[in-house]
Every structure is written in C-alpha cells, then in structure tokens.
Design a protein around this ligand. Structure first.
Ligand code: FAD
Ligand code: DHB
Length: 389
C-alpha cells in the first residue's frame, strides 16, 4: 500500500487532517485501532470555538453542525449568591457553539466513508518506521489479521495521549515533557433532561466545582469536581443530582433533573511534549498535549494543530517546500502553551483545593472577572479562541 500521508488515529485530529488534505489533492490513509461504533460513541468535549466551526464548515462537513449546533453568546460564572453572565460578542466579537465531539466525529467519518480516502478501523500493531528519512512507512495488521505495510511521504501521529507516535518522536529527538496532575477529577454525566439554563454555568462552590452544559435542547451534560480516586459506583444518580443542585444553587432558580444515561470519572492533567515533529512524523492533538477540560480547549486545540499541519504538508508535498513543516512545531506549540495557561488558570480559579486562603484568592479572582470589563475580555478572548496562525 502507498499513500502521501499516513494518518494514525481517527479522532477529530486525524479525521479532519485527512479531510483538509483531500481538499488540497493530497492522498491519505487513516488507520484506527478501534471500531467505528466505539469511536462514534466516545463521549468527550462539547464546545466548539468559532475557528473550529469555520474550519469544519469550510471543509464541507459543517452542514449538520450549522443546523443542530447551539450557538452560545456567553457563559455564566457563578459563586455563592452570584451568577454573572459574560457576553462574548460584546467583549470580543466572537461566540462558541455547543455541539458534541461525538457528532463532529460522526460527520467526519460519514464524509470520509462517502467520498473520501481510505479509513481502516480495527487495525492493530501500528508502528511508524524510518521517520528520519523521506520515505517513512507504517507497519500494521489489518482487521482481518493480515500484516500490511503502508509506504508514505509523511506520517501524522494523531493517535491521542496513549498512542504509539509520541514515543517515536521523543525517542529520536532531544525533546522535553511537561506535566501537571491536579488533585481532583471530573465526574461527567449525560442526562435526558432539557438544559436548566440558556448558557453554560461554571460554578465555584465550597463543596467543589460544578459545570452545567448541554448537548441539545433535550440533553444536558453536567460535571462535578470529585477526588481522583473516586469510584463511579459510589455515585448514585440521586447523589449526583443532589451535589449538582447544591453546587449550582441560586435563589429563584431550580436545576431540572432527569434520567442519567452515561456517567464516568475523567482525570485532569496538563501535559505538553515538544517538539511535535521528528523528521517526517508530525504529532497533532492529544498525541502531543493534554489540557484539563475546564477551558473547553482540548478538541479546539486539536483542530488548530491540524489546520497548521494541513497547510504545512500541502506546501511540502504539492510544492516541494519545507518552510512550513520546519516551523510547524514552534507555531503549534505557541498556541498550545497559550491554551495550556488558560486551561490551568480556569481550572485553578474554579476548583476547591488547598485552604481557606486559596478559596479567598479564587473568589477575589472571580469577582475581578465579573466586575472588570478588561478581566472579562481576557477570559472571553481565550475561551472563544484566539486566531490560528
Ligand atoms: P483522540 O480523540 O484521542 O483520538 C485519537 C484516536 O487515535 C482515537 O480514535 C484512538 O482510538 C486512536 N488510536 C490510539 N492509539 C492508536 C494506535 N496505536 N493505532 C491506531 N489508532 C490509535 N476536551 C474538552 O474540551 N472538553 C471535555 O469535556 C473533554 N472531555 C474529555 C473526556 C475524556 C475521557 C477524554 C479522554 C478527553 C476529553 N477531552 C475533552 C479532550 C478532547 O476530547 C480531546 O482533546 C480530543 O479528543 C483530541 O482529539 P485527538 O484526535 O487529538 O485525539
Ligand atoms: C463541556 C466540556 C468542557 O470541558 C467545558 O469546559 C464546557 C463544556 C461539555 O462537555 O459540554
């Protein structure tokens, strides 16, 4: 088998990269070790920045997003007694959309299987090889158990945090890793109940952080700060609703409850691996970096990476010029660190940890964001997404 760009991993990063390259006339093959059903059912992020929406629309995979996505002009920041709305269009001229990562993934998979390049599910033993030369290859075993070799001009490692690509990059470069684990986790639930608010609520509370989000006019997505070692079995639906109601309580307002259809505990970490390239192997998305979810950045950062990478690979493979691939890692990492800082900042401001002194600092910061247009604009610009470049 031969292609121009071999792509490892069919998450949003790999699928969108394949689409963007196809539109530029570059051939790809996408290799995914899970099944289509598994990939499409994996519940993750839910907020899309404006550049993400524009990129998907421009790539011809935004039709359902434009129909079913919920435009959001702001968020509420809450602490006891206060629920303050930040109006993004007036603060920074941008907005965000609530549209699940599951739906983005389904849209990309269906476009790819319709008229796109090959997308192979259920492969195993994926190994990128000879990435330091101009003719790298990927060895893998296909879904029928037959060993295969995919010859490529370049390889994209879009195989997420636990993938095989990052270790190949770090083994062959004098790179660095940075990591921060947080002393808390999120318990996330999906519930068949209409959202109780028109926009998302990020709530600070002495018991811990709570986030009220949504997937559609009839489905809510809700999160609670819990200890990282928390067992999901110890959280009955009643206990979850009670904690959510307590932490988001506001006089004259009530949280609506309904059947919980999914629940899981998500770890929180910041992680950056640099460089994002070794020779002809390029990392993008969670393969290179992880942010804690509080800033809603993970998926958007993956989209920003592959937007840069698609342009760089097109220049290399269509024009024979290496200037953009040579600067890809530095350009991507500049945005990664900005988003890493914002995600850390949101996380640190909103989660209960430390002592009462820390709590007062958090409340002082929240009052500042809610009381100062300059401070609110700083949050709004970062949350809605800085320009990709
Ligand atoms: P992924 O989505 O991880 O895709 C990588 C793909 O590669 C997967 O399909 C995987 O199966 C495949 N793969 C892995 N190894 C191999 C291999 N060896 N061979 C072939 N294929 C391989 N972000 C937010 O902003 N908000 C959230 O609420 C949020 N919740 C999250 C919850 C969880 C449990 C996780 C893990 C992440 C969450 N994120 C969230 C982050 C966001 O979902 C990710 O940033 C986003 O999925 C990154 O996309 P990606 O394509 O880079 O990686
Ligand atoms: C969602 C997830 C986030 O991490 C966030 O900051 C906002 C919304 C969500 O899953 O809806």
């Amino acid at each position: 088998m031969r292609t121009q760009v071999g792509i490892i991993g069919a998450g949003p990063a790999g699928l969108l990269l394949s689409r963007l390259l196809q539109l530029q006339g570059i051939d790809t093959v996408v290799l995914e070790n899970r099944s289509r059903d598994y990939v499409e059912a994996r519940i993750r992020a839910g907020i899309l920045e404006e550049h993400t929406v524009q990129t998907l629309v421009d790539a011809g995979v935004g039709e359902r997003l434009q129909r079913e996505g919920l435009p959001h002009d702001g968020v509420y920041l809450q602490y006891p007694g206060v629920r303050h709305h930040l109006d993004f269009p007036s603060l920074c001229g941008r907005r965000v959309w609530a549209y699940g990562q599951t739906e983005v993934t389904k849209d990309l998979i269906s476009a790819q299987l319709d008229d796109g390049p090959p997308l192979l599910f259920g492969v195993s033993d994926v190994v990128p090889e000879d990435v330091d030369g101009d003719a790298p290859r990927i060895r893998f075993t296909d879904a029928d158990g037959v060993p295969q070799v995919l010859e490529c001009d370049a390889i994209a490692g879009t195989d997420g945090f636990h993938g095989v690509s990052r270790p190949v990059v770090t083994a062959g470069t004098s790179g660095r890793l940075w990591e921060r684990t947080y002393p808390y986790a999120w318990l996330g639930v999906l519930a068949d109940v209409a959202p109780s608010t028109d926009e998302l609520v990020y709530a600070w509370h002495p018991d811990g952080f709570a986030l009220l989000s949504m997937r559609s006019p009839s489905v809510s997505r809700l999160y609670l700060q819990v200890d990282p070692g928390e067992r999901i079995e110890d959280w009955s639906d009643d206990r979850i609703w009670e904690a959510l109601a307590t932490r988001s309580a506001l006089e004259g307002w009530e949280l609506q409850t309904g059947p919980i259809t999914e629940k899981s505990v998500l770890p929180m970490r910041s992680f950056v691996s640099a460089p994002m390239r070794r020779g002809r192997l390029f990392l993008a998305g969670d393969a290179a970096h992880i942010v804690p979810p509080t800033g809603a950045k993970g998926l958007n950062l993956a989209v920003a990476d592959v937007t840069l990478l698609a342009g760089a690979l097109t220049r290399l493979l269509a024009e024979g010029r290496s200037d953009l691939v040579d600067t890809y890692s530095d350009r991507a990492l500049a945005r990664v660190w900005r988003c890493t800082h914002f995600s850390w900042w949101m996380t640190s401001m909103l989660h209960r940890a430390g002592d009462d002194f820390d709590a007062e600092l958090q409340l002082a910061q929240l009052r500042r964001v809610c009381g100062s247009e300059a401070a609110a604009r700083e949050l709004a610009e970062n949350y809605t997404g800085l320009p990709v470049g």
